[in-house]
Each structure stands twice: as structure tokens, then as C-alpha cells.
Design a binder for this molecule. Structure first.
Ligand code: NAI
Ligand code: MG
Length: 330
């Protein structure tokens, strides 16, 4: 049955790189239906709302969401994050961020690493209580939250031929909360004996990523830790322009490049579309088109052998690079 994708370009370079991703998808012979929807600052200026109900409806209807980026207004105190609202709408509990060497300038040549981040609880969903002396943040780790992201990561690793999954935590200090996450992970791992499940303390992980990242295969961790560590991983493989992501819920998933709307280069036609195109490849994999997902990744590899955008030391514009990808898919 045909799958439906809600497409939200957003602001700044968001629509530019999403167009590149759509061009790559169009070069494949797939039966995908698109629902184009608006959100973000430009949408607010045009339609009076950052996240119109029609967009939420498109998201509810879709099997997957392809998203660009949104500019967060600094002067609107009533603003609530559109990205968070979308992830909440999908109950997107598992955030997946691969870091791979596809031929771009790389601090870690040959790297092929993936990180799974719990995306709904922890420090990013914690009430803050203020008193005269300071502020207390109530960080909550639940058995259910730990269970579902562990299970997701384990199943993903088995399906994608990974050999080892490492849980990153600070259970040596956070002896109840992080210890719960750790314990649940190892309980869940028993169901997958073919996969080596082990652990690393978070600070040591930060160190090992700089010293010998290729010793790691896959990492699962809590919300804030995953946010920080995945940016470090992106830095190892060419930076923001190359980093894709997927946020998976029980019913649908959202795919977006890790970067923001990059107002400094918006409209100039020089944005690196790799993060968005590789996010579309993750989406294809999710929608049951694994061979086509691999074809898109191979096309990005082939294009990178011929040229790059300026952030990666090249001279191609977004359109020129995208053309190489599309030709390679030809
Ligand atoms: P950013 O990721 O937009 O840009 C950081 C730097 O990286 C800039 O110099 C930019 O030119 C460069 N860059 C980013 N993506 C690139 C690409 N594809 N090709 C070439 N260069 C690229 O982060 P920044 O500047 O902190 O935020 C800008 C706006 O984006 C803010 O309003 C922020 O709130 C928003 N943002 C939105 C996100 C989302 O919608 N998911 C995520 C991160 C930031
Ligand atoms: Mg981040």
C-alpha cells in the first residue's frame, strides 16, 4: 500500500534542503504520496500560527514526516518549540543519529557509528522549581521509557547487522535513575543474544570518541547525554551539514537533518543537503524500502567523489550537488 509522507520545509535553509531530499526521492520509482504542510516563523507571518492545526492533521495522517528546520523567534515569550510539539504529537521516543564516513572530509575516517537517544524524558522533560537559593530540576527516568528505547535500539541493531550495542550512563554517580536505565537495558538485551551488549561511563565515552571512535559500533543513552554526544559524533564526520536523524514513535516517525535553519546562508543556494538527503534515506528504510535507502546513500557517496558544498571545502551549490545525487540515482 502506498505510504504517505508529510513534508514540512520550515524556515531558512529548511525548504532548500528538503527540496533536495524530495528530488532524490523523485529519482526513485516509488509510490509515495506527499502532504505538503507549513510550520515555523515564515508560517506564523503568513498564516498567524507557528504550527497550524492543518499541519498537525497532516502529521497525524502520515506514515512519516520529512522536516527541514525552523527558526526559533527570540522575542516571542509565548513561543513553544514546534519541533518538540511535532515529536510529542508522534510520541517519538527514540531518536536515531548515525555518524558515518561517506567520503566527506572526516576527522574519523571509516567511522560508522549510530546513537540512540531516549527522546521523551530525562532532563529535557523536567519541571524546574525555583526558590530563594536556586533552581531544582526534577529529572525523571522511567522503566517504560528505558524499556522502549532499549528495545528499539536492540531491534534496530539486529536488523541492521550491528554487532555490539553499548549503553552510556553515569550509574556510578546517579545510582538510582541512571542505574534504572542501565538495568532495564541489560534485561532487554537478554532477548538478543547474538548482539554483544556492554556499557561505558559517559565521561569515558566522550574521551573514547576522540581517541578511538571506531572501536564503538552503536550507543544507547538518555536524553541530554545523547544530545551532547551525538553532536560530538557529527563533528567526527564532517559536521552539521552531513548529519541526518530520525525520531521514531509507535505509529510514525519524523526525519530531519540535525542542523537548524542557518539564517546566515539562507537563500544563497549553498546549503549542504546531505543531512536532509540522508534523513530521507532513513525514512525510506523505515517505510520498508531498504534497498532504495541504500541506493540513496550510495548516490551521496558517488556525488561526494565529484564535488562538495562550501562547508565541506567544495565549490558546488545546493542545486549542483543535488544534481550529482540525482544523476547517480539515474
Ligand atoms: P544552525 O544549524 O542553523 O547553523 C549553525 C552553523 O552551521 C551556521 O554557520 C550555518 O551556516 C552552518 N550550517 C548549518 N547547516 C548547514 C548546512 N546544511 N550547510 C552548510 N552550513 C550549515 O544553528 P544555529 O545558527 O544555532 O541556529 C539557527 C536557527 O535554527 C535558530 O533559530 C535555531 O533555533 C534554529 N534551529 C532549529 C533546529 C530545528 O528546527 N530542528 C535545530 C537547530 C537550530
Ligand atoms: Mg542538539
Amino acid at each position: 500500500m502506498s505510504k504517505t509522507v508529510a513534508v514540512i520545509g520550515g524556515d531558512g535553509i529548511g525548504p532548500e534542503v528538503v527540496d533536495s531530499a524530495l528530488a532524490a526521492l523523485d529519482a526513485l520509482d516509488l509510490d509515495l504520496g506527499y502532504l505538503h504542510a507549513s510550520a515555523g516563523l515564515a508560517c506564523r507571518q503568513r498564516l498567524g500560527e507557528y504550527l497550524p492545526e492543518a499541519t498537525l492533521e497532516a502529521v497525524r495522517e502520515a506514515d512519516a514526516v520529512l522536516f527541514g528546520a525552523i527558526t526559533s523567534p527570540l522575542d516571542d515569550r509565548s513561543y513553544k518549540s514546534v519541533v518538540l510539539a511535532l515529536r510529542q504529537e508522534l510520541d517519538a521516543y527514540a531518536n536515531v543519529r548515525p555518524a558515518r564516513d561517506l567520503g566527506q572530509p572526516c576527522k574519523a575516517p571509516g567511522l560508522d557509528l549510530v546513537l540512540f537517544r531516549e527522546n521523551t524524558e530525562g532532563l529535557y522533560n523536567a519541571p524546574e522549581v525555583e526558590d530563594e537559593e536556586g533552581v531544582t530540576t526534577m529529572r525523571r527516568i522511567t522503566r517504560r521509557g528505558s524499556e522502549r528505547v532499549s528495545r528499539f535500539a536492540l531491534e534496530w541493531c539486529v536488523r541492521h547487522g550491528r554487532k555490539r550495542l553499548t549503553v552510556a550512563h553515569k550509574a556510578n554517580v546517579l545510582r538510582r535513575s541512571d542505574a534504572l536505565f542501565r538495568r532495564v537495558f541489560f534485561e532487554e538485551a537478554k532477548a538478543h543474544p547474538s548482539l554483544k551488549a556492554d556499557e561505558i561511563l559517559l565521561d569515558n565515552l566522550a574521551l573514547q570518541l576522540v581517541l578511538s571512535p571506531s572501536k564503538l559500533d552503536a550507543i544507547v543513552t538518555m536524553n541530554l547525554y545523547g544530545d551532547v554526544i551525538s553532536d560530538e559524533m557529527a563533528g567526527l564526520v564532517g559536521g552539521l551539514g552531513f548529519a541526518p536523524s530520525g525520531s521514531y514513535g509507535p505509529r510514525a516517525a519524523l526525519f530531519e537533518p540535525v542542523h537548524g535553519s542557518a539564517p546566515d546562508i539562507a537563500g544563497k543556494g549553498v546549503a549542504n543537503p546531505c543531512g536532509a538527503i540522508l534523513s530521507a534515506a532513513m525514512m525510506l528504510d523505515y517505510l520498508g524500502h531498504a534497498p532504495e535507502a541504500r541506493r540513496v546513500e550510495d548516490a551521496v557517496r558517488a556525488a561526494l567523489r565529484q564535488g562538495r558544498t562550501p562547508d565541506a571545502g567544495g565549490t558546488l551549490g545546493t542545486a549542483g550537488f543535488t544534481r550529482l545525487v540525482v544523476e547517480s540515482l539515474g
